[in-house]
Design a protein around this ligand. Structure first.
Ligand SMILES: *[C@@H]1O[C@H](CO)[C@@H](O)[C@H](O)[C@H]1NC(C)=O
Length: 219
């Protein structure tokens, strides 16, 4: 009985791991080749004798993203195995989140990563929803940190209507993946059938709600 419990526990622990552990000190991602025809869970490793310190360094997060380039007034800049090749197999991503006044990162999920966010400047309202529908929200001031559990819907919002805000996040996968909830259901490029959306939102769409929301989202 005890042994079974222990085995079940070990199996469960194995399944919550995010990315596989590296089997060597590092596995620096080689420059992306458009001719690559092998697909791996991760990237190939660069010849270790050719690895340099620049593979472990990036200034990708040093510059503010342009928050006026989209209707949400936010801009998220990520490290990737392209701009930081040493991340390959390390199970990590960093991101910089720039918020214009009243900027929002709309509700979204990362299917492969938990996220920890530090507010560096401004005041953010952040939150997530668990699978029972409980909502956890918190105001974050500079230096304060919040955790978004893996795979749960979450959002970040700059409550200041006049000033910008800045935050930095770490994520527990080199490829966290992002699905925005409103865009996934209403982005017309995804072509979820209109009839499904009408049932989802309980509308008969004589007023053209689906079409107008899709238009607002750029579809
Ligand atoms: C984020 O900012 C960069 C750099 O200014 C810009 O090129 C990019 O279009 C912006 N992205 C979005 C989604 O607004």
């Amino acid at each position: 009985m005890l042994l079974n419990l222990l085995l079940a526990f070990i199996l469960l622990m194995g399944q919550v791991r995010s990315d596989p552990d590296p089997l060597q000190d590092y596995c620096v991602s080689p420059p992306h080749s458009p001719h690559q025809h092998i697909f791996l869970n991760g990237n190939l490793c660069k010849d270790p004798t050719k690895v340099t310190v620049s593979d472990f360094t990036t200034s990708a997060l040093s510059k503010p993203g342009d928050t006026r380039a989209n209707p949400f007034m936010t801009n998220v800049t990520l490290t990737t195995t392209t701009n930081l090749p040493g991340l390959n197999t390390m199970g990590l991503t960093m991101c910089r989140l720039d918020f214009g006044a009243s900027g929002v990162v709309p509700p979204h999920v990362h299917p492969r990563a938990s996220e920890v966010t530090v507010c560096l400047d401004g005041v953010l309202l952040v939150g997530f929803v668990d699978t029972s529908g409980r909502v956890f929200t918190q105001e974050l001031h500079p230096g304060e940190t919040f955790v978004f559990p893996k795979g749960l819907i979450h959002f970040l919002y700059n409550i200041d209507t006049l000033s910008s805000a800045l935050a930095v996040s770490g994520l527990t996968s080199q490829n966290p993946g992002t699905q925005f909830v409103p865009m996934v259901s209403l982005d017309s490029k995804l072509q979820i059938p209109q009839d499904v959306l009408k049932r989802l939102y309980h509308i008969n769409d004589q007023e053209g709600y689906v079409a107008s929301i899709r238009k607002n989202l750029g579809g």
